[in-house]
Design a protein around this ligand. Structure first.
Ligand code: C2E
Ligand code: CA
Ligand code: CA
Ligand code: CA
Length: 279
């Protein structure tokens, strides 16, 4: 029994070592990836549900891994957050998204906004606001064309310091969206204190529409509330015509999802925008 206990313990530690080792490998690889330019931004269009036209796009990071191919953020953002590498990666994402959005505005002579996802670590980074100023300055992207997306859980993590920071972002002229809305526990009274412009309704409420009675009630309630509080609402994860119809009947103005477009590399996004304007 003693022996077995010891083996079990060894098994446990080697398991732990494996996990730690894997994490260290990912971190090492992420550092190389940053240095060697292996990250790429894809853009998912945000659609005006009444006109069907693209009004903005959300930047979503991808990793062109030398052996594994295209890696989705779910597989490396957590490691980047834990290691703090999300700070330099996030800086790269922000400047690239602003630069590409400005290129689109200049080449198409049209309005275009870009959304960028922010992690708690980035928002808490002391250099965040000065870096944002620099990026807006060098890319000459009007601050009104930049939407920063923060999840409900990020807001709850450090609500004391987070609100003044968000207010500063708003004073600069950037917009602020709450991402994955409805999945956290923020109360409506808390929401009222936040300087936000828009809500992004989480995909989990949309996926069983229009059949699920509860999801119907929840989404129509969120849309009605947001409309009367004058927040812009974007519904995420629209995949079917029936979902589209239900949401637009609810009074929802904007949507994102595979029905309209998957996230696209920048040149594909440009081509899609060009098709919109070209004779
Ligand atoms: P998110 O911000 O909620 O982004 C939406 C995710 O839903 C994207 O996954 C998108 O591809 C996916 N999606 C969009 N429409 C549909 C649909 O109709 N059906 C389904 N099934 N999925 C849809 P993606 O690109 O894998 O990103 C996952 C998450 O990774 C993002 O969730 C965001 O939290 C995080 N992320 C992505 N890029 C960044 C970044 O640059 N910085 C930070 N901090 N996080 C990022
Ligand atoms: Ca998002
Ligand atoms: Ca989301
Ligand atoms: Ca999400």
């Amino acid at each position: 029994a003693k022996d077995k206990g010891r083996n079990a313990f060894q098994f446990y530690t080697s398991d732990m070592n494996l996990a730690v080792e894997q994490r260290l490998t990912v971190e090492r690889e992420l550092r190389v990836a940053l240095k060697n330019g292996q990250f790429e931004l894809y853009y998912q269009p945000v659609i005006d549900l009444t006109t069907g036209k693209m009004v903005a796009a959300e930047a979503l990071v991808r990793w062109n891994h030398p052996t594994r191919g295209l890696v989705l953020p779910g597989e490396f953002i957590p490691a980047a957050e834990d290691s703090g590498l999300i700070v330099p990666l996030g800086k790269w994402v922000l400047k690239t998204a602003c630069y590409q959005a400005r290129l689109i505005q200049k080449s198409m002579h049209r309005k275009f906004s870009v959304s960028v996802n922010l992690s708690a670590r980035q928002l808490n980074d002391p250099s965040f606001l000065t870096n944002l100023d620099r990026v807006l300055e060098v890319t000459s992207l009007p601050p009104e064309s930049l939407v920063l997306e923060v999840t409900e859980s990020t807001l709850m993590e450090d609500s004391e310091n987070v609100i003044p920071r968000l207010e500063k972002l708003r004073l600069k002229g950037c917009s602020l969206a709450i991402d994955d809305f409805g999945t956290g526990y923020s109360s409506l009274s808390y929401l009222k204190r936040l300087p936000i412009n828009s809500l992004k309704v989480d995909r989990s409420f949309v996926k069983d529409l229009p059949d699920d009675e509860e999801d119907r009630a929840i989404t129509s309630l969120i849309v009605a509330m947001a409309n009367s509080l004058h927040y812009k609402v974007v519904v995420e994860g629209v995949e079917t015509d029936q979902q589209h119809r239900f949401l637009s009947d609810c009074g929802c103005h904007f949507g994102q999802g595979f029905l309209y477009s998957r996230p696209l590399p920048a040149d594909h996004l440009m081509a899609m925008l060009f098709d919109d304007v070209a004779p």
